[in-house]
Design a protein. Structure first.
Length: 481
């Protein structure tokens, strides 16, 4: 039987699919526990099942009557998000640091001033972040907790890198303080998870509004709203990357729709939430339309640092330099694809050149009124070059996948997600190469001759094209008998 638009079967499949997805997510959150070496295969299997159900539900949604799509997308986003609240963080302890930084700030202390194990902050430690040892050791509480280290005998800790100051930029710290402002120090992970759900639902609503304004099918918003990646990393693990992605998307939309000042403010705030959103700037410079959004963003980024610089001075850099070294950014060892071909320090140079080329292409090729494809190119190529180890980075990519319709780029998010659960450099390279192959094939199939010519015209100056044509004609004439 051939389905047609308005047939009830796609609606049933989409609704049942998203309900099944929420069930898969809830079971995983409540039964898999915290990610540890003995359960990595279970996590990978669970992730792949969730993504498979997600794909089926979204494909069915394409054939649902337009009048029902918005309701189903929003309802599905809420159901999936609530399922993601079923348990504490299960792949990362980052939100423990978020909570701690919020607690410290409410005591009137800069989060950049001390490390969590500093005795100056001992009076602020809640039991759920710093539980007592069991039998004189933290081993029974692992992997979520570990030993706190010297100077804090009798306690374990849920915070990673407990012996270094925080790494997060100023707006992230303001966000942590805001979320923790309405709850006592004894409140655990749920406040940040609920905040993550609220922001992710806000992104869903925003995408639906923008898609409708552009005349695009609103079912595309489900790529964000129902994504297992969003459920896991934005809600369950409540990563602050969500805030950066939301603000970066809002900034790009505002600039594209002719609101460069407000867009610049949002872009600066996004960068001050997590530095990586700075890569969304180049596509917005297409034809230099509304270029002043970029200096506005830079100014806002600097201004948000001012309160912390006044209180803490140069310490506002926190652990950022140490983190970059620890993660292998300085010597190039962390670049899974590039370092396989160009090892050592040269890999860092090559990655920088790749990102620079991507920025130039995104700048020249982007339509300033609809820069979404340029954003996907810029963010996607940067991720392929830098090859982040953590799936929450991919939250920045997904909204632009929705707006551009370039669904194939979401395969990068899946590759990074699996890598975060199954640490194997060789396998990660193959997953990334698979994503690249999919992107190339779909792009070649989708792109027609007019698109290639338009891209050529934007990349090659007219005078160079005219000179090339004249030289070719001259050669043709000279070759005549």
């Amino acid at each position: 039987m051939r389905l047609r638009l308005g047939h009830p079967l796609p609606t049933v499949i989409a609704v049942v699919g998203v309900l099944a997805l929420s069930g898969v997510i809830a079971v995983g959150v409540t039964h898999l526990g915290f990610l540890r070496s003995g359960h990595r295969l279970s996590f990978v299997t669970w992730t792949l099942i969730a993504w498979a159900v997600f794909v089926i539900a979204v494909l069915a949604l394409r054939w649902v009557p337009a009048r029902l799509v918005t309701i189903i997308v929003l309802g599905g986003a809420l159901v999936v998000g609530l399922a993601a609240l079923a348990g504490p963080p299960n792949t990362s302890t980052d939100s423990a640091r978020y909570a701690w930084d919020g607690i410290v700030q409410h005591a009137g202390i800069s989060p950049y001033a001390y490390t969590p194990q500093s005795e100056a902050l001992a009076h602020l430690r809640p039991d759920w972040l710093f539980p007592d040892k069991v039998g004189g050791t933290c081993t029974p509480l692992e992997p979520r907790y570990h030993g706190l280290g010297d100077g804090a005998d009798g306690h374990c800790v849920a915070i990673n890198r407990v012996d270094v100051p925080t790494i997060y930029p100023p707006l992230a710290e303001m966000w942590f303080a805001l979320v923790r402002a309405v709850v006592p120090a004894t409140a655990q992970y749920l406040p940040l998870q609920v905040a993550g759900l609220v922001v992710s639902l806000g992104v869903t609503v925003g995408l639906l509004v923008v898609l409708r304004r552009m005349g695009r099918p609103t079912w595309w918003a489900a790529l964000w709203a129902w994504s297992p990646l969003v459920a896991s990393e934005a809600v369950t693990n409540s990563h602050v990357d969500l805030l950066g992605a939301a603000l970066a998307t809002a900034g790009a939309v505002l600039v594209a729709f002719g609101r460069p000042v407000w867009g610049g403010i949002a872009l600066g705030a996004a960068t001050a939430a997590k530095l990586i959103p700075a890569i969304v700037y180049p596509p917005l410079l297409g034809r230099w339309r509304h270029w002043w959004a970029i200096p506005v963003g830079i100014a806002v980024f600097g201004l948000l640092y001012v309160p912390y610089v006044i209180s803490t001075g140069a310490k506002v850099l926190g652990y950022l330099p140490g983190y970059l070294s620890e993660e292998g950014y300085e010597d190039g060892s962390r670049f899974a694809l590039v370092s396989f071909v160009v090892p050592g320090d040269a890999a860092t140079v090559v990655v920088g050149l790749v990102v620079l080329v991507a920025a130039v292409l995104a700048w020249r090729l982007s339509d300033p009124a609809r820069p979404w494809s340029g954003e996907v190119l810029m963010i996607g190529v940067t991720f392929l070059a830098v090859t982040p180890r953590y799936p929450w980075y991919a939250l920045l990519l997904l909204p632009f996948v929705v707006l551009s319709g370039r669904w194939e780029w979401s395969s990068i998010g899946l590759a990074i997600t699996v890598r975060g659960l199954w640490v194997n450099a060789d396998a990660y390279r193959w997953w990334l190469l698979g994503a690249i192959a999919l992107i190339v094939v779909v792009t070649l199939v989708r792109t027609d001759r007019q698109d290639w010519l338009r891209w050529r015209d934007r990349l090659v100056p007219a005078r160079w094209r005219d000179r090339s044509v004249q030289e070719r004609r001259a050669r043709d004439v000279s070759s005549l008998p």
